[in-house]
Ligand binder design. Structure first.
Ligand SMILES: [Cu+2]
Length: 739
């Protein structure tokens, strides 16, 4: 309990200071990395680093403190051996690699598939995920404003996913949030009219409690929206030539080269990946060039700038062009945010180079990635450091060279305060163990906010809670009107869908909620730090034509049964039917008393009912109460084992929520679940005392009861008395709220 608390807490300032003192005494660069504090503050070039460049390889992999396992082996934040970082420059001595430019996919109909893959980052092979054959990340989709697009998506993963169109104004049913689940092997074909302005958006998975994992594995991609207004400006727009996608994230690796994505323990990577490439370099012409930068991290923020401190111009924020190019030397980008900048390489020598840098050292406490630890739950080798994110090698200018940047880009019309009808307030709560909004962890059936269609609202999000966050809302683009701790940044003056929410501060934005009213399909708002989001820092809102007509229960809560694709498919039923008579898989786990046990041992003497719980499906929770009744009624004749495709914490929460008395075990490797191809449904499988499958039944139904009675009779025992189950559905799907 105490350890849990420790892990969830961020370092308070005093502790931070102590880390600095400790660091001064202990600081040594990890092998393969160097930290340098240049007197002029100039980041050293890689060739300045001590010794020849080292080849990437397991031997050179920096060793993190507490490498033995997630959480640093119980040592608490930072792990016992973590070194503090004094805010110096982090330099990689590994060889540079060519930046990958994700291919473009254009057209009104786009085919997209997400598949497990592998890539060699270090010495060994790392399992990854990628779209359309990429071994990490995915193609850049191009949409034209005003066109109706259809995406035909296929989920080739062995688990549920969703695809969310981050930043898009579209119907909730097309949004790809946690409700639009796509089964393993399943397809989804959303279609919508592109209403967004020209700009840089992105797509990524959004399945509740699996978002961090799937994003960490590499699932995501950019979307470029084009429109005539942007087209006529003459800005650099030759993709990959003078219009460059730059996607920033970082990853940590286990000793066997797997990505680690263990919730709050693995929010910071040790290795920066730019478009999925470590130590990236690229060529850009000696002229004005455009960078489209996305922070696709799990938690880390970036303070971006160029190594020679040159000025650059921001031309677009999350939701498109700003009114006029804004000159700046530093730009903050938190998770989920995008920016487009113009930088002039016209005065650069061909053959020269320029580094795009992250100046993340010495940030105020609460800045994500500013923690001084170099390892452990709150640290990484990149934390509290300045590091290069892209080396730009300057090549000869091309024919499309822009002579002068436009003075005016567009004229944005933001909603006016005089139009505001509702001033909504949200407060960040928790942190022990997980963050939430207003003390309510996300629940699929809970509507947190209702907005009247057509209303203009301000939302003030207050964060007095331990750490900084990245607030993101679906459906709308907003304008930040004020911040409690400082003026609204010059880099965040345009349309936004994501905003930095520093510790001890509030941010207020204004938005108009037009179109797409629905009393049955909700939009999401959440922290875009995927570990926080998965932990429950998410809420949902309805845009309703008539909020007062929404049906409420006795407690005053809105009755909300989210519509999701039903997890039971014809193929699933057929597969399960075929599996009848197969032998039980060899599945071992630890029981409640901490003793190792196996399915075979469990089945010996008594038949076993394996009951699979799919955590995304509310009908599973309903089913748990039904299966629980079977356990109480027939417990002396059989054994019920509930298997949840999640970690043990979720398993514990589930059993408590359903008040289930049967043994509940997690199946994190999906061993049993995959054996029966029932990844995402409530499913029951009856295993005889000899270990063979008697009946494999997708869903939970009265047929399970019949089979149980028959089995027990066949085994020579007295058939159990008929039990009346009020909740026993006659059909596979009846009783399930999902249609
Ligand atoms: Cu957060």
């Amino acid at each position: 309990m105490f350890f849990k608390l420790l892990k969830s807490m961020k370092l308070p300032p005093l502790r931070n200071f102590l880390w600095l003192l400790l660091a001064a005494a202990l600081c040594q660069p990890p092998f393969g990395w160097a930290q340098a504090a240049d007197p002029e503050g100039r980041p050293p070039r890689p060739e300045d680093g001590a010794g020849p460049p080292q080849r990437p390889g397991q031997g050179q992999r920096p060793q993190r403190p507490g490498q033995g396992g997630p959480g640093g082996g119980g040592k608490g934040p930072g792990g016992g051996g973590a070194k503090g970082r004094t805010g110096g420059v982090v330099v990689s001595n590994r060889p540079l690699q060519e930046l990958w430019i994700p291919p473009l996919v254009e057209g009104k109909t786009i085919n997209l598939e997400l598949t497990q893959a592998t890539r060699k980052f270090l010495a060994g092979t790392t399992p990854t995920m990628g779209f359309n054959g990429a071994s990490f990340w995915g193609p850049t989709l191009v949409f034209n404003k005003g066109e109706t697009v259809q995406v035909n998506f296929k989920n080739n993963l062995e688990e549920v996913t969703t695809v969310h169109w981050h930043g898009f104004h579209l119907p909730a049913t097309m949004d790809g949030g946690p409700h639009q689940t796509i089964a393993a092997g399943g397809t989804w074909s959303p279609s919508w009219k592109v209403a967004n302005n020209a700009g840089t958006y992105w797509y990524h998975p959004h399945p509740h409690e699996l978002t961090q994992k799937q994003i960490a594995m590499g699932a995501g991609g950019l979307i470029i929206v084009r429109d005539p207004e942007e087209a006529k400006l003459g800005l650099p727009r030759t993709y990959g030539v003078d219009d460059l996608p730059v996607v920033l994230t970082s990853r940590r690796f286990t000793s066997s080269n797997q990505f680690s994505y263990d919730g709050d323990n693995d929010k910071y990577g040790d290795y920066l990946l730019t478009n999925g490439v470590m130590d990236a370099q690229t060529k850009l012409p000696a002229q004005w060039v455009r960078l489209r930068i996305l922070n696709a991290e799990i938690e880390r923020g970036y303070i971006l700038g160029f190594a020679d401190n040159r000025e650059f111009y921001q031309i677009a924020t999350d939701g498109g062009l700003v009114d006029k190019p804004i000159p700046m030397k530093r730009l903050t980008l938190v998770v989920g945010e995008r920016t487009e900048i113009l930088v002039n390489l016209g005065g650069d020598k061909v053959g020269g180079s320029l580094d795009l840098m992250a100046y993340n050292s010495n940030q105020p406490f609460g800045f994500p990635g500013g923690e001084p630890d170099s390892g452990g739950a709150n640290g990484s080798l990149l934390n509290n450091g300045d590091f290069r994110v892209l080396k730009i090698n300057v090549v000869a200018a091309n024919a499309q060279k822009l002579a002068k940047i436009p003075e005016v880009l567009t004229r944005n019309h933001f909603p006016a305060d005089s139009e505001v009808t509702v001033r909504r307030k949200l407060t960040v709560a928790g942190g022990r163990p997980t963050f939430s909004f207003d003390g309510l962890s996300f629940a699929m059936t809970k509507v947190n906010q209702v907005v009247k269609l057509g209303d203009t609202e301000t939302w003030t999000v207050t964060n007095n809670n331990i750490f900084g966050h990245a607030f993101h809302i679906h459906d709308v683009q907003f304008k930040i009107v004020s911040r409690s701790d400082r003026a609204v940044g010059d880099y965040e003056q345009g349309w936004k869908d994501t905003a930095y929410l520093p510790r001890g501060a509030s941010v207020t934005f204004i938005a108009k909620f037009d179109d797409f009213a629905s009393d049955t399909d909700a939009f999401m708002y959440h922290c875009h730090m995927a570990n926080h989001e998965d932990g429950g820092m998410m809420g949902q809102f309805l845009v309703s034509k008539n909020p007062s007509a929404l049906k409420k229960d006795a407690s005053g809560a809105i009755v909300f049964r989210p519509k999701m694709d039903h997890p039971l498919t014809a193929q699933l039923v057929a597969t399960a039917a075929k599996q009848t008579g197969t032998s039980a898989p060899n599945f071992t786990w630890t029981d409640a008393a901490g003793q190792p046990t196996s399915l075979t041992a469990n089945a010996a003497g008594r038949p076993t009912l394996l009951y699979f719980i799919e955590k995304e499906c509310p009908c599973s929770r309903d089913a748990a109460t039904y299966i629980n009744q079977l356990q109480s009624a027939y417990g002396s004749h059989l054994r019920v084992v509930g298997i949840i495709n999640a970690d043990s914490t979720v398993a514990e929460k589930w059993s408590a929520a359903a008040q289930a008395q049967f043994t509940v075990v997690a199946d994190p490797k999906f061993e049993v679940i995959n054996a029966y191809k029932a990844e995402r449904s409530a499913s029951t499988i009856l295993v005889s005392s000899a270990g063979a499958v008697v009946k494999s039944n997708p869903g939970y139904s009265a047929t399970v009861l019949e089979e149980l009675s028959r089995l027990i009779s066949r085994q020579g025992r007295t058939p159990p008395a008929e039990v009346s189950f009020k909740s026993a559905p006659e059909k596979l799907t009846s009783g399930c709220p999902l249609k």
